[in-house]
Structure formats: C-alpha cells, structure tokens
Design a protein around this ligand. Sequence first.
Ligand code: CUA
Length: 394
Amino acid sequence: MRATRPRRSLWSPAEGPGARGEPAGPAIARRVRSAILLVGAAVLMTGCAIGGDQPGELPQDALDPEGPAAETAHRLWNIVFPIAVAVFVIVQGALIYLMVRFRDRGQAAPPRQITGHTRLEIAWTVIPALILAAISVPTVAGIFELAADPGEEALDVRVVAKQFWFGFEYLGEEGQDVITANEMHIPTGRPVHLTLESLNPQAPDTFDASDPEGSRSEQSLEGVIHSFWVPSLAGKQDVIPGYQRTLTLAADEPGTYEGQCAEFCGLGHSEMRFEVVAHEPEEFQRWLDEQSQPADSDLDGLAAEGQDIFGQNCVQCHAVEGHPQNADVRIGPNLTHFASRDQFAGAVFDVDDREQLAAWLRDPAAEKPGAQMPDLGLSEEDIDALVEYLYTLE
Ligand code: CUA
C-alpha cells in the first residue's frame, strides 16, 4: 500500500475557509467577490492621473493626439485595440465557460482523452494568421508614413540625450545656433525633424554641423540607451549610442506638451523629463531671435560676483554665450537663457524656486539621485551670488 500524502489545496478544510467549521460555499463566494472587487478597483485606478491645463486633460495622453504623427499612431490603435479586445473576450470567455461547465464535481470518472483535432487546429492557426495579415496592412503603411522624409519645409532640431536630461540644438542659419535644454520650442503646423543622439554625460560634445557624422569624438559617443517620448505628439524613439536616429513630429495647436525618457537609463531615469512648447510661427521666430542673443555680461553687485564665480567653477562644463570666460563647452546644459526656462535639471525643478536652485548648487546628487553635476563645495555666499547671476540669464 502506498501512503497518500495529504493534499494541500487553497480550499482544503484543514486550513481553508471551512476550517473553523464554517461552510465552505459562502466563504469561497466571499473570496471570489473580494477578488473581483480588487481587480475592478485596480482597473479603475489605472484611469487616475493628475490632470493637464484643462479639466479632463491628461499631461501625457497618447489617446489624445495633438499632432499628425500622434494621430497616425492613434489611428492604428483604433484598429488594433478593438480586435485585441474581441480576441481577449472570446478566448477568456471560452476558457471561463469550459472551466465552469466541465469542472471536477468529485464524482465523475476521468474524461475520455482526445489527441488532436485537425479541423480545430487548422481553424486556430488560420484565423490568427488572417487577423495578423489584416492588421499588418495599415501598420506597415503607418510605419512608412511616419518614417517619410518631411522635406525642405521641416525645421531641423538636433536632440542630445545625456544622463539625465535632453538638450536641443537649432543649428544652421535658420536656427541661429540656438542651444537649449529641457525645453524644446517648436512652431505650430510645421513638421519638426529631429536627429537624436545619446552622448556621454561626462565628455564634451564636439558636434559640428558642417560635418555631422565625423565631428563627434569616440569618447562623446559613449552614452546609454534613452527613449524620447512626447505621448501627445509622437510615438517613442529609442536613442541608441553611436547612431543618429530621426523622428518627425508636429503640433497642431500652441501649448506645452510634456515628454519624458521612456527607456531605463540609470538612477535618474524617472527624472529625465522635458517639455515641448509649441508657438504660432511668428511667436516662435521671436523666441528664436531672443535665444540667439548673448547674455548680458555688464553686471554689477551680487550678480557680477556670481558671474566671476561661474567663470571659476562652471564654464568647464556649461556654455553661456556672452560670459567673459565662456569656453563653449557642451558637457552640461547650455545656460545662456537659463532664466527664460520653466524648469531645470531634467525638467524636474522649477527655475523660479530660488530655494530649490540653491539646494541644487549645494549638492546636485542629493536633490536628484544620479545627477552627474559634481558637488563643487561652494560656500553659501558663492551659492547666493551664483543664483543671482543665473537669474540674470533671461
Ligand atoms: Cu534617459 Cu531613461
């Protein structure tokens, strides 16, 4: 005789709901009800988010496209999602029905074993193949549409991804060599053609527009994978070290569209954000003209002191056009118009927040884990003067 081990089961009377002499049926029903409530609550909570500027508007909503690239992706979603839902409901419905209908009622003999059913097998091979073939038609068309060259009328912007912030460069005559960070400004109703690169956050970016491929140093190309994503304007574009990737997007209406890095890239990944600010074309041109002006270096008082301290500690990494010691180094963000921006440090802190800016200068990595800016050991007086100087960079 073989000794049978006691069967451990979720519902076994020794430890399950019936253990305290309570009938198992209602207890199971209660558990099932709680499970359904829990799953239902979880599904409902996925709809929770902090709203955008308008009521009912979410800051990063791929289901509310605000430009042609996002609309193309959304159109595909509108086709694929209902089909996926139908497949899910049919398959899960059949599964649940069969589980309930043919459940072990304790008295039945083992069922007749079936091996193979040619017609069924052909059916569940051919049907998914047909569905996938049908979906591939608009998908492939959409891929080609999104990858198409936007042509001469597009505005070219070079996007640089570093740990943990994005930089934006408007190069050439039209862009007036404007370089900014954390905020990409674009004109409405016009395609913007992005060339994206991931670079080493510790090395100078040696890019020269007259030799786009060859000018970058080996060292500067040692970046990590990031992903550029503005959900309401376009799909994600992974940024792979050593490659120049492209993405075309456009915004229909003026406004601020939030974006973020969508690929884990290190400690500061979740704090690698940015904004796309779309203006009417004339307003955009005005912005570009302002940004191409050098900073005012004719300062006095505390701001002048700050300018000196910046020259001693910061010009090795940050460019400020117009600063007497500006070395045009592209390691950290270009700060020429720092005070005209809304946010800094990967768009996680408000520029207007004086206390926050001082705390950042005191110890960057304490404010944003993984930040590559070193703790420069500045005195409180130095920090005060630097903050005053940074606020003159409008
Ligand atoms: Cu960059 Cu995540």
